[in-house]
Design a protein around this ligand. Structure first.
Ligand code: 3PY
Ligand code: MG
Length: 243
């Protein structure tokens, strides 16, 4: 499976989009669940990425029809849906992402199809080309991983380690053996179903990237704009003796 290495944004700002896309990431995901990123911000991000090789992705705020439809219509090339716990929720996400007859996405002239200029081409290819990754971030989701992966239209899953740690009652201990075991279970199931295994490595270390790749994860979201700023600022303050 083709590897995709990307990053994550919580601060809606075109300069940040450019700085990150200059690093040749395969995708940048706007976090619309845990930040102030709104639909207009996402639209700006898509415009800013035009002409680059970095694809715009959105982690939508919830598994709801309009939350998903709006980012698709702005030109999202990948959708990440948080907190999917079972097959029924997975089927719902697919139906929101796909045009009929597979799903219930609405047709319209919009940013994604250049305001109608590419309507036919876009309508023909969208169901095939847009990636749908469902977030596995609870014990229940891990227990239901095969059911979730079996749903047609689901391209893969994406682990949210922090929510997962909370769900297992070890909040924040994302390197705990329990979480590592859960991650391995998800990776094995992805191999079985030939679907993408993804994970958010929020604070990037060589060790974490190596572990994920060894397990077979091919979709890695590395860091986040806020974390990069924090790490850089911590470093500068430390060098000057302030921390
Ligand atoms: C989590 O760790 O729960 C996440 O959602 C990361 O994006
Ligand atoms: Mg989460």
């Amino acid at each position: 499976m083709k590897e995709m290495i990307g990053t994550w944004m919580q601060i809606a700002n075109n300069d940040i989009t450019r700085i990150l896309s200059n690093k040749k990431f395969d995708f940048i995901c706007a976090d619309m669940e845990h930040s102030s990123f709104c639909i207009k911000d996402f639209s700006d991000m898509v415009h800013t990425l035009q002409g680059s090789t970095t694809k715009p992705f959105a982690r939508v705020e919830s598994n709801e029809e309009m939350a998903i439809r709006k980012v698709l219509d702005m030109g999202a090339e990948g959708i990440i849906v948080p907190l999917v716990n079972n097959k029924e929720q997975a089927e719902k996400a697919v139906s929101f992402c796909q045009y009929p007859p597979e799903g219930k996405r609405g047709f319209a002239f919009c940013q994604a199809n250049d305001y109608g200029d590419r309507f036919d081409e876009y309508a023909k290819n969208a169901n095939r080309d847009i990636l749908l990754l469902l977030m596995i971030e609870s014990k229940q989701a891990v227990d239901n991983i095969e059911d979730i992966l079996s749903v047609k239209g689901v391209d893969g899953v994406f682990i949210g380690p922090y929510d997962m740690s909370g769900s297992y009652g070890i909040t924040g201990q994302i390197d705990h053996d329990i979480i590592k075991e859960a991650i391995k279970r998800v990776a094995i199931a992805c191999k079985k179903y030939q679907k993408m295994a993804g994970i958010h490595i929020v604070t990037v270390t060589e060790e974490k990237v190596k572990f994920a790749k060894e397990q077979g994860f091919t979709f890695l979201a590395l860091g986040m704009d806020t974390v990069f700023i924090n790490e850089g600022a911590d470093n500068a303050a430390r060098i000057a003796g302030r921390k």
